[in-house]
Write a protein that binds this ligand. Structure first.
Ligand code: BES
Ligand code: ZN
Length: 632
């Protein structure tokens, strides 16, 4: 499909020359346009022309399920640039003009299912702004429109999820993590609803419009990668948590959320002590409706979080430490391309653990590190060897495929290992300097290694050889020098799991004062195969089927499916139909689909549940169960 729209340019624009549109300030992000590595997941050619600022003016039409309006892009160009290339997917582009309303010529290239299409616009020569008039389409995978049955409040809800390459389904811009952009937005919503964004300006006080709607205004003055532009609209309330932190949620959820996240200010202090000042002003958390496809998303100033971490006992808040840590690793220093994803997630998983250690103590952090290592070991068994290098090659693939234990847990294991070899103090100083030196900049794996060589190894070849960065980054599996992970608490748990396997009744086991993490490790330490009697005894003693802790419930349901323990299946069905977090949903359907008896159960539940999931979740499940209507 090749669309071409041609509009005559006014003569004065044609002959005005380029002087007016070349902006060469030194403090703009990515000031060296040609230094950016090529991003295989974007059509943009930033060395020729790049977006530096996005101004959105959008109306959220809940009836049509469309965002409709304009994106005004500020552009910086190389001297001879005549056009700019944006990324779009499933967007209906109605018109593109300059800021005076003169139409500009544009064309849309062939559409790729994954990447969408390049939108090429002939630049007006006298101005550095263009206005794209557009609406989102049905395939806007970033956006989920929820009806009143899918929220606690009974009000409709909308949220976006941009990472990795979905921002282009709701904003026409250069959708590459190396191309940082400031933004502002005017969002108009139906009366009674509140819009919030990953920006400054979140408040319940919008401005009424003449037709009874409400407009909210936002601005993000720090340059951010476009995957961090995020919007949510719903019946939202706010509770303060600390001087610069708070929580947004639907009224029915906000008190529980405020209780759960009470320690966030302490986490911020711990994080700043480690790696320097928090640079984003406020840190608020938005609790989404249960269909949110991820655990958390580090949208700047406003982390988006799943309600499945509201356990009631603050036991799952390491996820908040993780998203907060991204305020440095990811949002301040950003993976330049998705092949460098470990620079975001590995650093963040390490940093998360350090925050947890500072706030909850070393024993607690050791349990978390051990769970991470166990998960890594399990995933290493499954992955193709080429996908176990830290530096990935995702060309032609969905960057989501990089979301494995490699980026997160092998990435963190590498940093734990470096810490062990060079010493904590030296490593902390190094990391603090790294975040400072590259703040608001993209980072490649190669540049990180060069920075390590210069600042950490500093010519000490012996030290470098002991770390052996190449083995970790370009080699498979877990290198031999990986630091040992030990948790005494978990050794005690293993002894109890062993005792159970050897016939001790569950009620006789020593499980006093176990936290969520001990329970998780216990469930993972159980033998592969268990009898119905054993499962019933465990469930009777510990109430796994009915637990309100989503992580424990998930781990238990996997044990239940593995052993066809039918008393847990009503709970399984409820879990699959009342939340849509992909990390829980996908493995459970996959486990069910692995057996002849389970497959029809999976198909039946999925048929009804699929429309309630976010596209990120159902696209993944479709790959296992098949899309509805697809040939068998
Ligand atoms: N940035 C990620 C989520 C993400 C990654 C979305 C890649 C899209 C593409 C976020 O910080 C994250 O890692 N979330 C985890 C929780 C974390 C505690 C490991 C999640 O959602 O499970
Ligand atoms: Zn993360």
């Amino acid at each position: 499909m090749h669309e071409l729209s041609r509009f005559a340019l006014p003569a004065f624009l044609l002959f005005a020359g380029l002087a007016g549109c070349v902006e060469t300030t030194t403090d703009t992000p990515n000031d060296d346009l040609s230094a950016l590595p090529h991003d295989v997941h974007s059509y943009a050619k930033p060395a020729e022309a790049r977006v530096t600022h996005v101004a959105l003016n959008l109306n959220a039409d809940f009836e049509a399920q469309q965002l409709v309006g304009t994106a005004t892009l500020t552009i910086e160009t190389a001297p001879d640039a005549e056009e700019i290339v944006l990324d779009i997917r499933d967007l209906a582009i109605e018109q593109i003009t300059d800021t005076d309303g003169n139409e500009l010529t544009f064309s849309t290239g062939d559409t790729d299912d994954l990447l969408g299409a390049p939108l090429t616009i002939e630049l007006p020569s006298a101005a550095n702004q263009i206005v794209v008039h557009y609406r989102t389409g049905e395939g806007a995978d970033a956006v989920q429109w929820l009806n009143s049955e899918q929220t606690s409040s009974g009000a409709p809800f909308l949220f976006t999820q941009g990472q990795a390459i979905l921002t282009r389904t709701w904003i026409p811009t250069q959708d590459s993590p190396g191309i940082r952009q400031t933004y502002e937005a005017e969002i108009t919503v139906p009366e009674g609803l509140t819009a919030v964004m990953s920006a400054e300006g979140n408040s319940r006080d919008g401005e009424p419009t003449e037709d009874g709607r409400t407009t909210f205004r936002f601005r993000m003055d720090e340059p951010i990668p476009p995957y961090l532009i995020a919007l949510a609209i719903g019946d939202l309330e706010f509770r303060e948590l600390g001087p610069r932190s708070g929580v947004w949620a639907e009224p029915q959820v906000v008190e529980a959320a405020a209780y759960e996240f009470a320690e966030v200010e302490a986490m911020m202090d711990a994080a700043e002590n480690l790696y320097g000042p928090y640079r984003w002003g406020r840190y608020d958390i938005l609790v989404l409706p249960p269909s949110f496809p991820f655990g958390g998303m580090e949208n700047p100033r406003l982390t988006f979080a799943t309600p499945t971490i509201l356990a009631g006992d603050r036991s799952l808040v390491s996820l908040i430490a993780h998203e907060l840590a991204h305020s440095w690793s990811g949002n301040l220093v950003t993976n330049a391309t998705w092949d460098d994803f470990w620079l975001n997630e590995g650093f963040t998983s390490y940093f998360e653990n350090r925050i947890m250690e500072a706030v909850y103590g070393a024993d607690y952090a050791a349990m978390l590190e051990s769970l991470s290592r166990t998960g890594l070991d399990a995933e290493l068994e499954e992955l193709d060897e080429a996908d176990t290098h830290l530096r990935l090659n995702l060309e032609g693939r969905d960057p989501d495929e990089g979301m494995t234990a490699i980026a997160y847990d092998k990435g963190a294991a590498f940093l734990f290992t470096v810490e062990e070899i060079v010493g904590r103090e030296r490593f902390d100083t190094f990391l603090r300097g790294y975040f400072d030196a590259h703040a608001f900049r993209p980072m490649t794996t190669e540049r990180f290694v060069a920075y390590m060589d210069a600042e950490l190894f500093a010519g000490d070849a012996g030290l470098r050889a002991r770390v052996d960065p190449e083995a970790w980054i370009y080699g498979p599996g877990l290198p031999e020098n990986a630091s040992e992970v030990t948790s005494e608490a978990f050794s005690r748990v293993e002894a109890q799991a062993e005792a159970f396997s050897n016939g001790t009744a569950p009620a006789e086991l020593s499980t006093e004062e176990w936290t969520t993490h001990e329970w998780l490790h216990f469930l993972k330490s159980l033998p592969e195969s268990l009898s119905s009697e054993q499962l019933a005894a465990l469930d009777g003693a510990f109430g796994f089927t009915e637990t309100g802790n989503s992580e424990v419930r998930f781990a238990w349901l996997r044990v239940a499916i593995r052993n066809r323990y039918e008393p847990a299946f009503a709970s399984l069905e409820e879990f699959l139909t009342t939340q849509g977090r992909r990390k829980f949903i996908l493995p459970l359907y996959t486990d069910l689909a692995a057996s002849d008896w389970g497959r029809p159960i999976a198909d039946r539940i999925y048929r009804d549940a699929r429309p309630t999931y976010h596209a990120i979740t159902f696209n993944s499940v479709d790959e296992v169960l098949g899309a509805p209507g697809a040939a068998e």
